[in-house]
Design a protein around this ligand. Structure first.
Ligand SMILES: Nc1ncnc2c1ncn2[C@@H]1O[C@H](COP(=O)(O)OP(=O)(O)OP(=O)(O)O)[C@@H](O)[C@H]1O
Ligand SMILES: [Mg+2]
Length: 222
């Protein structure tokens, strides 16, 4: 029987992650999960908790979402209508950045972030600085079983899969899509059809994660 999911306590998870980077080397911890499961929320909370715990900026946040292909590229490839699918990201670029983060601790490594207001990634938005021991990497496809994604798990000290009940994920996705301008009908259709197809690829990848984290309850940042 699978062990029950770990509580999403950012403080406990931050201490666990910092122990992985305790011998002075830089460690990457990956947070995977289906669309709307709460990866971004948890990853940011763990980074904040780790920096609070250490009393100095030792942890950095690195999202796969920064490697969304630009809308113009997706249009040219005929993939814009399913933005968020695995082949709408620059997977090779993301892998190369993770390798750089591990290989280049002596200077800043800049990373793109996805700007949800603009709907595009913006280069050089985030930095992994020389003092950073822990990098919390998050995204849908960190554990996907196809190239180049299979190159990611060997780079991670641990991987955490955020498991969130389907109905709660759907509620969050519809809420977010409507906040970003879709009609309630279009939001539901996108969450069910586009996000849903991605979730069917991602959910089975939970089996290869080091840890399953319960994404169904509010993140306990107390
Ligand atoms: N544990 C939680 N309890 C309640 N709401 C949450 C929780 N985690 C995230 N949310 C909310 O659900 C929505 C999706 O969360 P988040 O952006 O962290 O998910 P995600 O897995 O990163 O999604 P995506 O795959 O689309 O990037 C957000 O509006 C967020 O505020
Ligand atoms: Mg996210």
């Amino acid at each position: 029987m699978a062990p029950s999911p770990t509580h999403a306590d950012p403080h406990a998870l931050a201490r666990r992650a910092l122990r992985l980077a305790a011998d002075g080397h830089r460690a990457l911890v990956g947070v995977a999960g289906s669309p709307g499961s709460g990866k971004t929320t948890l990853a940011r909370a763990v980074v904040d908790a780790a920096n609070d715990w250490a009393g100095e900026p030792v942890a950095a946040y690195l999202p796969m979402d920064g490697f969304h292909l630009a809308d113009a590229t997706l249009e040219a490839l005929g993939r814009h209508d399913r933005k968020g699918a695995i082949d709408t990201f620059d997977g090779w670029g993301f892998v190369a950045l993770l390798e750089r983060v591990l290989a280049e601790p002596d200077h800043p490594v800049y990373a793109p972030a996805f700007d949800r207001a603009v709907g595009e990634p913006i280069a050089g938005s985030l930095a992994v600085l020389p003092g950073t021991r822990l990098v919390v990497v998050e995204g849908n496809y960190l554990l996907a079983p196809s190239d180049p994604w299979t190159r990611i798990p060997p780079l991670l000290a641990e991987s955490w899969f955020v498991a969130t009940p389907e109905d709660e994920r759907m509620r969050r996705l519809v809420d977010r899509h409507t906040r970003h301008g879709r009609t309630p009908e279009a939001a539901l259709a996108w969450a069910r059809d586009v996000d849903g197809a991605n979730a069917r690829l991602i959910e089975p990848t939970a089996a290869s994660a080091t840890l399953t984290v319960d994404g169904g309850l509010p993140v306990d940042a107390a």
